[in-house]
Write a protein that binds this ligand. Structure first.
Ligand code: M6R
Length: 615
């Protein structure tokens, strides 16, 4: 949600800002704006409701005088609708100062009252304009010290925020701050950048600095300085960005989602790479951290959305291999109750972006309660890993489409690796060779599903373009995949979809079955458990008897399902814990093909943001 980019250097900033905002589009937004300080030292600003193209057109029609200091913003509306007036930047100090913001300023009402009483006239309904006005007042009051004024403002704000600001009397300076909201620094040669994430500046530099919580940054073309909110200098942590700009481009695919679905073999292979040694799983990032896993009596995996379904697969794997109880908690539920956790609890958080506010707050809460924390994350320099005792990175590469696909597969892969790693450390897995071989074979098997089922599933989706509701059933690790199949369909096709544990069917959901109701059923291999397999086949018969249109996902050669299925989607043979990574692929293709058949934008579905950085 909300994309932020800042630039200072020798080049005209406007195109750099617009390109950076384009790379942040995936975060979700409904208006956009830029402000630049031109060579004469005057500030120009343009902001528009709608997509970046609207802003670009406006700038093309009536260009701003360009300058080499600028800030840009894409806004996902929270306080006030998506209008030109509510878009960022917001101006203050007689329009000489511009400020942009991501997050929510919780005490904005009180501050607004105070400023109104001071005679400030507001031009928007946003919480952000309050911060701009406050900064203007502080700046005017302290004789024109932007950094000092900015520090004073951030200390008055409550809630979550990334702020960037600049003033026309200080060309070549952009100041920024973050609290529970993302901001990273990009280091160039004679130029520097700020961005919500590295995508904002990846085409200019891959050298970056992470900014910690409650820190303030100032960038000029030649220098970067970081302090805490009290003004004490701090040393930001450097990191190299391993993604390249090409990885974040569509590269000839019809959509980012299509590209990302196709990239799953690589995402899984990259996540496994370097983590298998002598037939054992050894995760180098966890070297010397065995104490995280020994002496615990419980694991809680916390996440939101798709990541929470990966967590459910992780529960089965960690319990099986590491023999410790695992609960999965939605991060926003976990935090607002009074969970029984302490030093003997390991809280594992999962987040593609590493910035999801609900998950971040759950991690902080767990730490405050004394729990051990580990995150599984896809984004270097993100906040959640920095707030955790340890991190296992997924190496899915940049995921741009709002609907998560390759990150989900990489998350499950990382959790399987984690389960086997924990099993070795805890002495509950003596020989992992079979599972390690299964892991190593996954990329090729996923590629096979992509190749063999793409056309079949796309055709199926085409036939079902008018369907109003689709159900998904699964047992064991098939259950989270049923949930994920339903979520994918909902979020990009806007079709009612629900996933159920197949065993729940007779406890209610079977009432939904009427003739023609499409139901996807994930059938586990009979080689893993003849009993579970037979239960699912019984479930299929029950819905078939009531007229459901049954689409089965089953392993090659499973003849037991054939008499009861209208369609069969085959996946290669795999171990029980590894099947989800194969079974999810046809469901992703189905959702994507159905949305495409309905003429919808699969990359940027309505109302959704890629990275949910507000609660
Ligand atoms: O960045 P995160 O993994 O923390 O995001 C969590 C969810 O917001 C995310 O998985 C969401 O459910 C996706 N849109 C699903 O496709």
């Amino acid at each position: 949600m909300c994309g932020i980019v800042g630039y200072v250097g020798p080049r005209p900033s406007q195109d750099i800002l617009l390109a950076g905002l384009a790379r942040l589009e995936y975060r979700g937004y409904d208006s956009a704006g830029v402000a630049v300080i031109d060579g004469e030292g005057s500030l120009g600003m343009r902001k528009k409701a709608g997509k970046l193209a609207v802003l670009r057109d406006s700038l093309a029609d009536a260009p701003l005088p360009d300058g080499s200091t600028g800030i840009g913003h894409t806004r996902w509306a929270t306080h006030g609708g998506p209008t030109d007036g509510n878009a960022h930047p917001h101006l203050a100090d007689d329009d000489k100062l511009a400020l942009i913001h991501n997050g929510i300023i919780e005490n904005f009402s009180a501050l607004r009252e105070e400023l109104l009483a001071d005679g400030v006239v507001f031009r928007s309904e946003t919480d952000t304009e309050v911060a701009a006005a406050l900064l203007g007042r502080e700046y005017a009051g302290n004789g024109g010290d932007l950094q000092l004024a900015f520090r004073s403002v951030v200390n008055r704000l409550e809630g979550a925020f990334t702020l960037l600001a600049m003033h026309q009397d200080h060309p070549g300076l952009v100041v920024g701050a973050r609290r529970n909201s993302p901001l990273v620094i990009g280091l160039g040669e004679g130029e520097n950048f700020l961005g919500s994430d590295v995508a904002a500046f990846i085409e200019h530099t891959r050298k970056a600095l992470a900014i910690g919580q409650d820190q303030i940054v100032s960038i000029t073309p030649d220098a970067v300085s970081v302090t805490d909110f009290a003004g004490t200098p701090v040393e930001p942590e450097p990191f190299d960005v391993s993604w390249d700009a090409a990885a974040a481009e569509k590269g000839g695919w019809s959509s980012f989602m299509a590209k990302e679905v196709a990239e799953q073999p690589e995402a899984v292979a990259n996540t496994i790479r370097g983590r298998i040694q002598d037939g054992q799983v050894v995760i180098p990032e966890l070297d010397g951290l065995d104490e995280l896993f020994v002496g615990i009596n419980r694991v809680i995996i916390t996440a939101c959305g798709t990541a929470s379904y990966a967590a459910l697969v992780g529960k089965y794997a960690i319990e099986q291999w590491a023999r410790v109880a695992v609960d999965v908690e939605l991060a926003h539920e976990f935090r607002y109750r009074d969970p029984v956790i302490g030093a003997d609890t390991l809280v594992v958080s999962i987040s593609q972006s590493g910035e999801t506010m609900d998950t971040l707050m759950a991690v902080k809460y767990a730490r405050e309660r004394g729990a051990r924390t580990l995150s599984v994350c896809n984004t270097q320099g993100a906040t959640i890993p920095r707030e955790s005792d340890a991190v296992v990175y997924t190496h899915a590469g940049p995921e741009v489409a709002v609907a998560s696909t390759k990150a989900f597969s990489a998350q499950i892969t990382a959790l399987l690796l984690l389960g086997l790693h924990m099993g070795r450390v805890r002495g509950t897995v003596a020989d992992a060779s079979v599972d390690v071989a299964e892991l190593a074979a996954l990329p090729e098997k996923i590629a096979k599903v992509l190749e063999s089922e793409q056309e079949h599933v796309t055709q199926l989706a085409g036939w079902m373009a008018d369907t109003r509701s689709v159900l998904f059933l699964g047992r064991h690790v098939g259950y989270p995949i049923a949930l994920e199949g339903a979520l994918k369909l909902k979020e990009i096709s806007y079709i009612h979809a629900e996933g159920f544990a197949a065993g729940e069917l007779k406890h209610g959901p079977i009432a939904l079955i009427e003739p023609g109701q499409p139901v996807f059923v994930l059938v586990p291999s009979p080689r893993h458990s003849a009993l579970v397999h037979s239960k699912v086949v019984s479930n299929i018969q029950e819905i078939r008897a009531r007229g459901a249109r049954v689409i089965v996902i089953a392993e090659e050669g499973d003849a037991a399902v054939l008499p009861f299925a209208d369609e069969v989607i085959h996946i290669p043979l795999a171990g029980a814990m590894f099947e989800p990574l194969l079974a999810v692929v046809p469901l992703q293709i189905f959702a994507m093909a159905l949305a495409t058949a309905k003429g919808l934008d699969v990359d940027q579905p309505r109302n959704l943001a890629k990275s949910v950085t507000v609660e």
